[in-house]
Write a protein that binds this ligand. Structure first.
Ligand SMILES: *Cc1c(COP(=O)(O)O)cnc(C)c1O
Length: 379
């Protein structure tokens, strides 16, 4: 089976985890502190706070800003559900924002439209800028709108480690940048995540909230507020540290793979059976490569046919408007619904190259041609 992606754990990473296990320090520890400094240096920001998942990072970013009941948060309609779930779990109201059809992220125009359409009694407090699949959101335009409207800019960079906007790494350009280290992301610790920020007071609050609300006063400690246990383990940090030096090379390999897919799919695109993602986005880190099938093609059937040919594919992300928790806040229609219904994510990771692209594109071409029931269907 050609998997959608494969985690990249080499022998040195295994050894680093084993060595950390032998120290007996399993929860937060020195590997975590070293990893936080190395990630901050990589991102070019003042502080990184490791947490137990990308969802934990997003949840803490809202809590640390005091966002909850009576507040509303702008969230793109096309994303992983976690981005919207944390808003609901925090007690706030999500306000959905449509996305660009070729970049799959919110734009200046879609954000401005959502704010203009906003009528609720809640107070608009924040915008979640999701760099979906590693495609950077236009942080100049979105940041300017956020500033004018007095909104906190939270970056959901969960799948965008290594992406940059105008030469600066995403995740450190808003108030807080939230990252995931789930195995589907380019750098993985199994479960895991972190928040990046340049605000020392915010970092301190995040550290307190991830550790039961505890503060240290010299050698004494006190539980100063209600917090959570969202800590990352020391051995997970060791796993992440082993990968970080390789990340820039992996991102370059992913950019090359995206170019290979773009060229190999040119014929299907010219036939009008699918649309490729924008190939000309500087700073894209390509966590996922998703194409959008023409509306009459049954995406789920194409996924099944590819599966039978030994190729794993899936829907790239979700449209929140059509998920039960968000029904009350749904957009009437938009690009997000189409992307979620017809998007197909293809096998993609730095270990793949021209051979895999050829195998996928040939199988995809057959699967799409077989979409015509007169060709016999998928049996
Ligand atoms: C992966 C992802 C998340 C969730 O991260 P977890 O570590 O799985 O909790 C949130 N938002 C986006 C955009 C993601 O891609």
């Amino acid at each position: 089976m050609l998997k959608l992606s494969r985690p990249h754990i080499d022998e040195a990473a295994v050894q680093a985890v084993a060595a950390t296990l032998r120290t007996g320090q399993l929860v937060h520890g020195p590997e975590c502190e070293a990893f936080e400094s190395e990630l901050a240096a990589y991102l070019g920001c003042a502080q990184v706070v490791l947490v137990s998942s990308g969802t934990a990072a997003l949840h803490l970013a809202l809590l640390a800003h005091g966002i909850g009941a009576g507040d509303a948060v702008l969230v793109p309609d096309f994303t992983y559900p976690a981005t919207g779930n944390v808003v609901l779990v925090a007690g706030a109201r999500p306000v959905l924002v449509d996305v660009d059809p070729r970049r799959y992220v919110m734009t200046e125009a879609t954000l401005a439209q959502a704010i203009a359409d906003w009528r609720g009694p809640e107070r608009l407090r924040a915008v979640m800028a999701v760099h979906e699949f590693g495609c950077p959101v236009d942080l100049d335009a979105v940041g300017a709108i956020a500033r004018r409207a007095g909104l906190v800019l939270i970056e959901d960079a969960a799948c965008a480690i290594g992406a940059s906007w105008r030469g600066r790494r995403v995740g450190a350009l808003g108030a807080a940048g939230c990252f995931s280290m789930h195995p589907r992301k380019t750098l993985t610790t199994g479960e895991g995540g972190f928040v990046a920020t340049n605000d020392a007071a915010l970092a301190r609050r995040l550290r307190r909230l991830r550790n039961h609300g505890m503060e240290r006063y010299g050698r004494a400690m006190r539980f100063d507020e209600a917090g959570l246990n969202y800590r990352l383990t020391n051995f997970q940090a060791a796993l992440g540290r082993a990968q970080l030096p390789k990340l820039p090379t992996w991102i370059e390999q992913r950019r090359e793979l995206a170019r290979l897919y773009h060229d190999a799919l040119a014929f299907l695109a010219s036939e009008g059976v699918l649309t490729r993602p924008s190939a000309d986005v500087p700073g894209h880190s390509w966590q996922t490569y998703m194409v959008v099938l023409e509306g009459r093609i049954d995406r789920d059937r194409v996924v099944r046919v590819l599966g039978k040919a030994g190729i794993e594919a899936n829907a790239g992300a979700q449209c929140l408007s059509v998920l039960p928790p968000f029904e009350r806040y749904a957009l009437a229609d938009g690009q997000a619904q189409r992307l979620a219904a017809s998007g197909i994510a293809l096998p993609f990771c730095e270990q793949y190259g021209a051979a895999e692209v050829q195998q996928v594109v040939e199988a995809l071409t057959r699967a799409i041609a077989g979409n015509d029931p007169e060709d016999g269907g998928d049996g």
